[in-house]
Ligand binder design. Structure first.
Ligand code: CP
Ligand code: NVA
Length: 307
């Protein structure tokens, strides 16, 4: 992370920072008492243009556990909703807060908040990326399998914000990452290229395909996300139709490595992208994933605010 310490995308992390943050997440999770008071006297803004269960609650609880204060607000509660600019809002928030987490429709809003603010800005999900999710997910994989390099991860479904962060994180971690989606729902080629740039350094292998068997075969982790992301509701019928064959069900899991982990960032739309049989199975680690958001974000806040 260069200059002011924002966290808008995993791409900004150096390889060292990526692994350091995963290491700190383990420390925060295993010895939470060591970090009590780390955010004493700090106030963090939590800005949400869209709904959230995990991101909001895990940030609020994490900040509380570290001795800081988290303030939630939405555009309608700010003068932003009445036309004050993003730039002016960022300038003012920087005079009160020590850091700002924002969940926005457009990634450009985050970039503008970061450009005009003087405090660290954290991406709590945009149309492009969900970096806190991606980091917590690679932490979960490391925790469950004991390693990251060379792990065969198959992301199947919509090539969306979560998929983009898994691509950028997979490239840092040296993952054998296969993204499987119909061509119309493939991840953005700029993001794929950006992941490929890092893969030569880490030994990651990045494959993007629409062929289910090619991607799922031998996978140690099968990951999916909703087919219709927040803000894309108009595309629902088209996406459901395109993605139907890519549902994660028992038959699809049988193509993966026996005992492969099932992952999902949640919320899940049961019987759409995943069947209840799979998400409720012993192979599913989705609740650990959700918990690990808390630990990663605590580590991130400690890291950003000590810089
Ligand atoms: N996974 C995730 O970010 O969930 P929320 O939308 O509930 O925050
Ligand atoms: N891709 C989903 C993730 C939700 C956490 C969305 O953007 O709605």
């Amino acid at each position: 992370m260069g200059g002011k310490s924002d966290f808008l995308s995993i791409k900004e992390l150096s390889f060292d920072e990526f692994h350091q943050l995963l290491g700190m997440t383990a420390e925060v999770k295993n010895e939470p008492e060591r970090f009590t008071g780390s955010l004493q006297g700090k106030t963090l803004g939590l800005f949400f243009e869209k709904p959230s269960t995990r991101t909001r609650l895990s940030f609020e609880v994490g900040i509380y556990q570290l001795g800081g204060v988290g303030l939630y607000f939405s555009p309608q509660q700010l003068q932003l909703g009445r036309g004050e600019t993003i730039a002016d809002t960022a300038r003012v928030l920087s005079r009160y807060l020590n850091a700002l987490m924002a969940r926005v429709f457009s990634h450009l809003t985050l970039e503008e908040l970061a450009r005009h603010g003087t405090i660290p800005v954290i991406n709590g999900l945009s149309d492009r990326f969900h970096p806190c999710q991606g980091m917590a997910d690679y932490f979960t994989i490391q925790e469950e399998l004991g390693r990251l390099r060379g792990v065969k991860v198959c992301y199947i479904g919509d090539g969306n914000n979560v998929c983009h962060s898994l691509l950028l994180g997979g490239a840092k971690a040296g993952i054998d990452l296969r993204v499987v989606s119909p061509k119309e729902c493939a991840p953005d080629s700029q993001v794929v290229n950006s992941a490929l740039e890092d893969s030569s350094m880490s030994g990651a292998k990045i494959t993007v395909t629409d062929r289910i068997e090619e991607g799922v075969k031998g996978a140690e982790v099968v990951y999916t996300d909703v087919w219709v992301s927040m803000g894309e509701e108009k595309e629902r019928a088209r996406k459901l139709n395109l993605l139907q064959p890519y549902q994660v069900n028992k038959k699809l899991m049988a193509l993966a490595e026996p005992g492969a982990l099932f992952m999902h960032c949640l919320p899940a739309h049961r019987e759409e992208e995943v069947t209840s049989e799979v998400i409720d199975s012993e192979q599913s680690v989705v609740w650990n994933q959700a918990e690990n958001r808390l630990h990663f974000q605590k580590a991130l806040l400690i890291y950003l605010l000590k810089k």
